[in-house]
Design a binder for this molecule. Sequence first.
Ligand code: DTR
Ligand code: CA
Ligand code: ZN
Ligand code: ZN
Length: 442
Amino acid sequence: MRLARPALPRLLRRTTAGVATLAAAGLLATAAPGALAAPSPTLAAPDIPLANVKAHLSQFQSIAQANGGNRAHGRPGYKASIDYVKGKLDAAGFTTSVQQFTSSGATGYNLVADWPGGDPNKVLMAGAHLDSVSAGAGVNDNGSGSAGVLETALAVSRAQLKPTKHLRFAWWGAEELGMVGSRYYVNNLPSTERSKVSGYLNFDMIASPNPGYFVYDDDPTIEKTFKDYYAGLNVPTEIETEGDGRSDHAPFKNVGIPVGGLFSGAERAKSSAQAQKWGGSAGQAFDRCYHSSCDSASNINDTALDRNSDAIAHAIWALGTDTTVPPGDSYENTTDVAIPDNGAAVTSTVNVTGRTGNAPATLKVDVDIRHTWRGDVVVDLLAPDGTAYRLKNSSGNDSADNVIATYTVDASSEVANGAWKLRVQDVAAQDTGYINSWKLTF
Ligand code: DTR
Ligand code: CA
Ligand code: ZN
Ligand code: ZN
């Protein structure tokens, strides 16, 4: 429960200064501190809107309610779920295919969606099982993983991403019968095609109501990608020890494909040590509605769903693209600067040299601030003469994590050369963070 937040501070805008135009395009570059950016920085993923993910969960709930109360293999609710997801992907420009199989005397379906482009010999896959048990709607197990993967795929489309790898997303049937759909897919993938799959990311239960943050300990690169993401949020993670063989990554792992994934916990009880680090209730199951009729739309922890959905996108962008941002003339500082909670402003400096004349009217400012409850944070750009350009105001109710965005500033009245500063202040108690990096591009 959060304490009442202090009144928002008076805006610090300079009266005659140009006003930064927020162009949050979710881009981020990383390079050596304080120097010309390295020639091949990589892109950062956009924020995955929690509301969009929850809208998919509502649809899965409605589908179950309209089809006998579940979305189980062989039941109409499962095929209706496939049709819903396929419709979204077809409209977003994916090349989709439905693979049929038979299990327990019923027809099952896998949905596979390819994002056109990328190296066909380097395929990065992400998947989730779409079926529920027959007892209920299966909103956490596994509407949550299905929705997180779906919204990440839609974010790829919104960004018109041009990844270096070929991206393939999949929704599996009959996982609850023993990973039947994913095993059918792998077994029927010609070995020449299997060898092209550089990795498979699995998401099965990512929004448990009493959540833990577990990372699969299989492929070390994939594991590190997720662990680094959570480290950036200051959220501790644990290795998922019981995951082997218990979800759809198993068939991929069995044929030597690197796998990884995230899990928020099922029937096991959260320990007191885990409750200490993650919050929630010790001694209670991570998901007390696991495989039960109460696994409905209310059986979801929003923060876990939001963070894990963002982590899926982070992994797809990090592992799928080593796309280079055009080198351009940019100046960056990647030294971390801690931001005191509800305290004084801090600054990070880039020294611009060797330029002539004034800065452009479209000076690009890439900002990467890792901070839970980003509504606490006020961000300004300071020109060498001290002129302040407001990039981001505080907004008490913006509880999402991190400020990873690109701003455009009309700095045409400022001399280009000199010490430019990013000034950041946390203006509300609780929640802390740090400047991870920032960059100016002229
Ligand atoms: N078997 C999954 C749930 C599950 C249980 N433990 C793990 C570990 C890692 C991923 C998934 C799971 C199911 O019931 O769908
Ligand atoms: Ca988010
Ligand atoms: Zn299950
Ligand atoms: Zn599951």
